[in-house]
Design a binder for this molecule. Structure first.
Ligand code: ARG
Ligand code: ZN
Length: 870
């Protein structure tokens, strides 16, 4: 394995040269796009020892000519090796013009300029711009851009870039051009270009100050009717940011383009967002309720970046969470304000626990602000995004909404138009909140998830209840010793009548030391602490609550998040008991306590059904895996199945009743009630199906046929694929016939089969790889089938034979010749190899070693493999 060098935060130095203006001309022809870039560069005045050597980044392309201040440079006057472009002896200020030749048609890596189903588009974050032209490709170099696109009128009637169109016209040979000018300075990662045959919808919007702006969404002509939900979400986002954050849109035009082949979810390029089609296109027939919600979230997210990311950007890539954590916090608040706050909080915490906690205890563990990377693309992680958002949420709790917003206002006042750091953000928050943030900053620099252990003691004579918190973060490769963190603990006390007995103002505890004790006076006996309400800090919580006490909190806590969490803890404890019974070949039982708590909750006619659908779902196998030091995938699967079947068998009439009562929603409505009805009904169907009888299979099959929207159709299809091979085949055939024309629905078709627990899954997945509708070049398709299998089907991926590992190892190598980012993400499926039994550990390590030994491994995959093996 050839090694690759790390980039270190401590090595950061300001750029030697800055760029004033960037003028780009793209001349697009089949298999041959010519780019002329004219840069006005000057020596960075803030640098004391100025270098005269211009070093820029460059990708693997052909340079056709270079001119310096109008003079042609011969090829020995500069160096260009496909990584760096170097010209010695530069004056203080000069104009450099380079002409490069690109072939977007052959770009399968989907970074820089590429073509997706006939549409030319760009993805420049993090370091894709260097694949277009030599440039100081770093976010602290900000410039004003003008971009002219020339292309064939028939193939590319629509030509887009950032900012406003300022000139357009026809050219000979059926060609035309449009020139775009972006009035705002930006780093090159926010540059974008789109050219192709696109349709669009548009809508006027009047901003708070009375400015008339135009919102446009572009998609392939056949998909344009599926853009209306995205447009509605965009308007909600523009309005919400004005109302809640006092932020107004700054250009006259806001454009979104839906693209089929896209490495990430979406990209916030200034005034021209490029989206994975999955986060734009929807109608009730083809998109599930979750899809609709995700579109709202991602449309919001990219829009909110216009201020948090674009107007104020990053000094270097280590600061990524400065824009991503903050923008995720903003999109979470947006979704919470517009829908159900508790349901939103629950799904965020589920993601954090299922994906970020493991990341934070594995080989990829890194601080929210990493201090080293080899390939930045590998650090678009759960830690930077989701844990990063939790850090902002903690600051928000310390300050409260009013002071937090004052801090945000200060942030824009001080740093608008600049490239800044996490310290800069913390300084405005410290100022607004009159708070010392020194200790809090450790959350950004220290990796790992702290565990907070909560213990109680009650003295019936004095009626004093003492609650003690102890924090501990295990050491890891990043820091051998962990410092105590500043942790907000939001808590309440629930008396035996279910009443909250401490006032809201006293509910926030600030923990700063290893241990912290609070004593409450005059507390009735039997009162229970309800800790970390609304999940007030991203920690693992360990309490001494008994099953009875958890059941009480599940029914009576006034904090809805903690009602849900009590149910989760009960499920978790039950699974742990079952897994250890399986290991010791003991008979499997289920505690009556859990069954009763479940029954009480499900019988509650007044309950919020969306909430119930979350509270009564047994945690996924991946979440459950976190409970064990050594993961036994088969036992976890069997335990979960046993618990599910036991509940279904014991509470059959109640489940049937739920299916019936929730069956009367408007199939096309997206109201919280209707979404809740569908969620709870489909959950009840899945419980019933676990019984495996012909009569319940019949119920599911009929529900599948009768489904009037994708939420129900998909839910039933997924369940049918867990029943029998026969029903799986039958439902897959029907689903295929109905939807083979629609790529986003076909992703669901591949996914559902990839995650099936049935015995024939691996051979079936191998078959699907050869299906005419499968391709390794489309990231969504790969994520559906290959990631689906590797990441969401633990039982089959971890098959004892090692066949699952072998299959995925082959696919990683194959993918790595096509798309490095997508291959590297997939490699993460081996990250936790040390957490399995010795047999699997050996096999997984072998896979990593095969990868390590493979010649021509990309830097992206190399980084993941080398960290996993270290
Ligand atoms: N900034 C984009 C967002 O809104 C994501 C870019 C992802 N880039 C990457 N190399 N994975 O979150
Ligand atoms: Zn983002």
């Amino acid at each position: 394995m050839t090694t690759h060098a790390s980039v270190l935060l401590k090595d950061y130095t300001p750029p030697d040269f800055l760029v004033d203006r960037v003028t780009l001309v793209f001349d697009i022809r089949p298999e041959e796009t010519r780019v002329t870039s004219t840069l006005t560069l000057f020596k960075n005045p803030d640098k004391s020892n100025k270098s005269s050597v211009l070093k820029m980044d460059m990708g693997d392309f052909e340079i056709q000519s270079v001119t310096l201040d109008g003079q042609n440079l011969s090829s020995n006057a500069f160096q260009a090796d496909g990584k760096q472009f170097i010209v010695p002896d530069m004056p203080d200020r000069f104009t450099l013009e380079t002409r490069t030749l690109l072939c977007p048609e052959k770009n399968t890596r989907l970074e820089g300029l590429y073509r997706s189903r006939g549409i030319y588009c760009t993805q420049c974050e993090a370091e894709g711009f260097r694949n277009i032209t030599p440039f100081p490709d770093r976010p602290d170099v900000m410039a004003r851009y003008t971009c002219t696109i020339i292309a064939d009128k028939t193939a590319c009637p629509v030509l887009l870039s950032n900012g406003n169109p300022v000139k357009a016209g026809d050219l000979p040979d059926n060609r035309h051009f449009v020139t775009w000018e972006d009035p705002f300075k930006k780093p090159c990662y926010l540059f974008a270009l789109v050219a192709g045959n696109l349709s669009w919808i548009e809508s006027p919007f009047v901003t708070r100050s009375g400015k008339h702006i135009t919102l446009k969404i572009f998609a392939e002509p056949e998909n344009i009717d599926k853009c209306h939900h995205a447009m509605a979400c965009l308007k909600q986002a523009v309005k919400w940011d004005e109302e809640r954050f006092n932020l107004e849109y700054d250009l006259d035009l806001y454009q979104i383009v839906a693209i089929n082949d896209f490495n990430a979810g979406a990209m916030e390029n200034k005034g021209l967002n490029i989206f994975n089609a999955k986060y734009v296109l929807a109608d009730p027939a083809t998109a599930t309720d979750d899809d609709f919600m995700n579109i709202q979230r991602v449309i919001g997210h990219e829009y909110f970046h216009n201020w948090t990311g674009n107007r104020v950007t990053l000094k270097n890539w280590f600061q990524l969470s400065l824009k991503e954590g903050l923008t995720v916090f903003r999109d979470q608040e947006f979704t919470s304000d517009l829908n159900s706050r508790s349901v939103e909080r629950i799904s965020n915490v589920k993601t954090l626990r299922a994906l970020q906690f493991p990341e934070d205890s594995g080989p990829m563990a890194h601080p929210v602000r990493p201090d080293a990377y080899i390939k930045m693309d590998n650090f678009y992680t759960m830690t930077v995004y989701e844990k990063g958002a939790e850090l902002i949420r903690m600051i928000h709790q310390f300050l409260g909404e009013t002071l937090f917003q004052q801090g945000m206002a200060l942030y824009f006042k001080q740093f608008d138009g600049m490239a800044v750091t996490v310290e800069d953000f913390l300084s405005v928050m410290a100022q607004a909140g009159h708070m010392d943030m020194t200790q809090f900053k450790r959350w950004y620099t220290q990796s790992g998830t702290p565990t907070v252990t909560v213990t109680r003691s009650y003295d019936p004579d004095t009626r004093i209840l003492s609650v003690t918190f102890a924090q501990h973060t295990p050491f890891d490769r990043n820091q051998s010793e962990k410092q105590p963190l500043h942790i907000p603990i939001r808590m309440g006390l629930i008396d035996p009548e279910g009443k909250d007995i401490i006032p809201e103002q006293k509910s926030l505890i600030q923990m700063r030391d290893d241990t912290h004790t609070v004593a409450f006076q005059n507390v009735p006996s039997g009162t229970l602490p309800s800790v970390f309400r609304q999940f007030s800090a991203p920690v693992k919580i360990s309490t001494d609550l008994s099953d009875e006490e958890l059941a009480f909190l599940m029914a009576r806590d006034t904090d809805d998040f903690n009602r849900w969490d009590a149910a989760q803890t009960l499920f978790n404890k039950e699974i742990q008991t079952l897994v250890s019974a399986i290991a010791r070949h003991r008979p499997l039982t289920v505690s009556q306590n859990l069954v009763q708590a479940f029954e009480t909750a499900l019988s509650d006619q007044s309950a919020d059904r969306a909430f119930l659908a979350k509270a009564l779902a047994i945690p996924q196998e991946m979440e459950l895996a976190n409970l064990f030091d050594c993961i036994d995938v088969d036992a976890i699967h069997a335990a979960r199945q046993h618990l599910k079947t036991h509940l279904a068998a014991t509470l059959t009439p109640l489940f049937l009743n739920t299916i019936d009562q929730c069956g009367h929603s408007d199939p096309e409505s997206l109201s919280i009630q209707d979404i809740g009805n569908r969620g709870l009904r489909n959950l009840a169907i899945s419980y019933m199906a676990s019984l495996g009888t012909a009569s319940v299979h019949d119920i599911v099959w009929k529900a599948f046929l009768a489904a009037e929207n994708m939420t129900d159709e998909f839910a039933c299809f997924k369940i049918l694929c867990t029943t029998t091979p026969e029903l799986k085949r039958k439902s897959a055939a029907r689903f295929y016939d109905k939807w083979s024309h629609d790529p986003l629905v076909m992703d669901k078709w591949f996914y559902v089969q990839a995650v099936s627990p049935l015995a024939d899954t691996l051979p079936c997945v191998k078959d699907l790889v050869t299906h005419p509708d499968f391709t390794l070049t489309n990231p969504n398709r790969v994520r559906a089938l290959i990631y689906g299998f590797a990441m969401n089907n633990p039982v089959h991926f971890h098959e004892k034979t090692g066949n699952g590992y072998e299959f995925i190892t082959d696919k990683i190598l194959e993918l790595d010749t096509i798309n490095h980012q997508i291959a590297a993400r997939l490699t993460g499926c081996f990250n936790h190899w040390k957490k399995y039994d010795s047999h699997r550990r050996v096999l997984m390590k072998q896979s990593l070693e095969i990868l390590a030994a493979s010649p021509n491994l990309s830097t992206n995959v190399y980084e993941i493999v080398s960290r996993a093996l270290a």
